[in-house]
Ligand binder design. Structure first.
Ligand code: 13P
Ligand code: SF4
Length: 319
């Protein structure tokens, strides 16, 4: 514990010294989330991380999350130095959508508006008309559908089919998935709900359709935390990465949270739904990157300029 406290002090001191701001996602280690908040950084969902990073005056941003979040920060602020605790922290959605294959897919469907999820590489975003996050994807597709647009969606098939069902839009889906959310099980969730009939079910839309179908609220990480805080219930079943529970508990003191069942999860398994790449962010490597200034995110400037158009469209829509 003393070692941990010393590391945290070192990080606080280095953030000041280097005039750096820490931007963290809700799935990273609780200590990192707390540090981000108490030092004037932010802990949030992908949309707010992008917006906060863009608007923050610091010359250096340290992004505690996964690679696409660091890349988005760099694309929006090419003049800033963007560091990450571990550059190998990727995402199964990003890995499952290689830019060359994606470009070929787009080439086959030139009549479609290309909408990509934030969880993609800069090169994939550069090929897109719009980028969206889970908090705003539904609204943006609805808007495009009303304009009569046909959509090519990538990469998350569960989020894509959820939006498709809700909006009735004509959507052609890339078949990617998140390795964490894909593990939530509908049948087991049904059984768990029978045990807790008063519980409300909070689901991230990267989860399979038979899990989403049982949700009281479907939303981004921020939207799920808001629901836990504001909903009139004392027990919640949560189908998303369990890193979220740290802030959820803080936002809704006295309420009770239960992990939704996954394939490898039983009543005794407390840490099945956790992203291995988010878990690569720790106090030690955060302190090290701040000290040494290594692990800088670079995005090819031309690719970045192309990708920025798709991200700016979303941010303008959200404004
Ligand atoms: P949010 O934008 O909802 O925070 O989601 C990001 C993510 O990677 C979910 O797995
Ligand atoms: Fe990607 Fe899933 Fe990890 Fe989110 S939880 S970063 S979607 S692998």
């Amino acid at each position: 514990a003393a070692e941990k406290a010393a590391l945290k002090d070192r990080i606080r001191r280095l953030l000041k010294e280097k005039e750096a701001t820490l931007v963290a996602h809700y799935y990273v280690d609780a200590d990192l989330q707390d540090l981000a908040e108490e030092t004037g950084g932010c802990v949030s969902d992908s949309l707010e991380m992008a917006r906060f990073g863009r608007d923050n005056p610091a010359k250096t941003l340290v992004v505690a999350g996964v690679r696409f979040m660091g890349e988005t920060a760099k694309i929006l602020s090419p003049e800033k130095t963007i560091l990450m605790p571990d550059l190998d922290a990727t995402c199964s959605l990003d890995l499952g959508c290689p830019a060359d294959e994606f470009a070929a897919f787009c080439d086959q469907h030139p009549d479609r508006t290309v909408v990509v999820y934030a969880n993609t590489s800069a090169a994939v975003k550069a090929r897109a008309d719009w980028m969206v996050t889970s908090s705003i994807g539904l609204d943006i597709v609805e808007h495009l559908h009303k304009q009569g647009k046909k959509i090519l969606w990538a990469p998350d098939r569960h989020l894509g089919s959820y939006i498709q069902k809700k909006t009735g839009a004509d959507m052609l889906l890339w078949q990617g998935s998140c390795l964490v959310h894909d593990e939530f099980k509908g049948v087991e969730l049904d059984l768990l709900r029978a045990e807790y009939p008063d519980a409300k079910v909070l689901v991230h839309p990267e989860s399979p359709a038979n899990v989403v179908a049982q949700a009281d609220v479907v939303g981004s990480t921020t939207q799920l935390i808001d629901a836990a805080r504001t909903m009139d219930a004392t027990t919640f079943i949560v189908a998303t990465d369990n890193g979220i529970l740290h802030k959820m508990r803080a936002a809704a003191p006295g309420k009770h949270f239960i992990d939704a069942p996954t394939a490898g999860n039983s009543a005794t398994c407390k840490s099945c739904a956790h992203c291995p790449w988010m878990a690569m962010n720790g106090l030690q490597n955060l302190a090290d990157v701040l000290e040494k200034g290594h692990n800088e995110i670079h995005v090819d400037p031309e690719t970045g300029r192309q990708a920025k158009r798709a991200i700016d469209r979303m941010l303008d829509f959200a404004a």
